[in-house]
Design a protein around this ligand. Structure first.
Ligand SMILES: C[S@@+](CC[C@H](N)C(=O)[O-])C[C@H]1O[C@@H](n2cnc3c(N)ncnc32)[C@H](O)[C@@H]1O
Length: 256
C-alpha cells in the first residue's frame, strides 16, 4: 500500500513552493548543463523545476512529472514563463518516456513516500541515457535536531514518521539512498548529507500539525492526534524554538 502522506492542501503546497534549486537541490546543480534534457520526478508545484529550466536554457528541456494532477496544474502556472519546461501527470513506476531519454533525472523529496523504492529506481534508470546522472534527496528523521526539549513535541514528530511508514513510506530513507542506487545498477554512487534549518519553526510545525490532526491513524500512548498537533503549535512559538532536518543526498551514473 502506498499513500502520499502530506496530501495537497494549500498548507502543504505552500510549504513545497518555498523550495528552490539553490536551497534544496544544490548537490545536483553541477550536473545541469545548457542543452541538457532533464526529468524532475515528483515535481510538486514546480519551483525547483523552474530553476532547472534556467540552468539548461536556452536549448535544454526539463519535464516535471507528478502523480497528482492538481500539483501539475500548479506547476504549469509556475512554469508558464519557461518555454523550455513542460509537465505531465504520471507515476514514477510507469513513466511515459522511451528508454535512454534523459541526460539527468532528479527526484527531490519523493523516495521517502514510496512503498517500492527499488522499482522506482529501476524505472529512473530505464529513462536515463547511458552516461546520464541521477540525483535523489530525501529526509532522514533520526538525524533531526529540535529544541526546547519537549516529550510531547518529540512524540508528535515520532508519530509523523510512524504515519508515513503506515502509508508505505520511510522517513529514515535518507541514509539508504546509496544502497537503492547500487541495487538498481547505478555506478559512481556518491552520497552527501545536509541540514535544513527551518526559520521560523512555525513553518514546519504547522505543516506537520495540520497533517497529524486530520489522520485516521491512532497514536500509541497517552496523547490524541489533536493534542499532539496542538503541542507542536505551542512548542514552535517559544522564543528559542529550533528545528533542523537531516537530508541524505546521492548521485549516480548509468553505465555508458
Ligand atoms: C514532498 S513533494 C516534493 C515536491 C518537489 N519535488 C519538492 O521537493 O518541492 C512529493 C511529490 O511527489 C508526488 N508523488 C508522490 N508519490 C508519487 C508517485 N508514486 N509517482 C509520482 N509522483 C508522486 C506528490 O504528489 C508530491 O507532489
Amino acid at each position: 500500500m502506498e499513500r502520499y502522506t502530506p496530501g495537497d492542501s494549500p498548507n502543504v503546497t505552500n510549504f513545497m513552493a518555498r523550495r528552490t534549486l539553490a536551497t534544496h537541490g544544490s548537490f545536483f546543480r553541477p550536473f545541469l548543463f545548457p542543452g541538457a534534457h532533464v526529468l524532475d520526478c515528483g515535481c510538486g508545484p514546480g519551483t525547483i523545476t523552474a530553476d532547472i529550466a534556467k540552468c539548461i536554457a536556452p536549448d535544454g528541456q526539463v519535464c516535471g512529472v507528478d502523480g497528482n494532477a492538481d500539483q501539475i496544474d500548479l506547476a504549469r502556472q509556475v512554469l508558464s514563463g519557461a518555454p523550455n519546461a513542460e509537465c505531465r501527470v504520471a507515476s514514477i513506476y510507469e513513466l511515459p518516456f522511451e528508454n535512454n531519454h534523459f541526460d539527468a533525472v532528479l527526484a527531490h523529496a519523493l523516495f521517502e513516500h514510496l512503498a517500492d523504492p527499488d522499482r522506482a529506481a529501476a524505472e529512473l534508470l530505464r529513462v536515463l541515457k547511458p552516461g546520464g546522472v541521477i540525483g535523489l534527496r530525501s529526509p532522514d528523521w533520526t538525524g533531526r535536531l529540535s529544541w526546547p526539549a519537549s516529550g510531547r513535541a518529540e512524540r508528535a514528530l515520532d508519530f509523523y514518521a510512524e504515519l508515513q511508514a503506515a502509508n508505505g513510506g520511510d522517513l529514515t530513507i535518507g541514509r539508504k539512498l546509496p544502497s537503492i542506487l547500487r541495487r538498481a545498477g547505478f555506478h559512481a554512487v556518491r552520497a552527501t548529507a545536509s541540514y535544513e534549518c527551518y526559520a521560523p519553526v512555525q513553518v514546519i510545525a504547522e505543516y506537520l500539525a495540520a497533517q497529524i490532526e486530520v489522520t485516521w491513524q491512532v497514536p500509541s500512548g497517552a496523547w490524541t492526534t489533536t493534542e499532539l498537533a496542538e503541542e507542536l503549535r505551542v512548542w514552535c512559538r517559544q522564543p528559542d524554538a529550533f528545528f533542523a532536518q537531516a537530508w541524505g543526498e546521492v548521485v549516480g551514473v548509468k553505465a555508458a
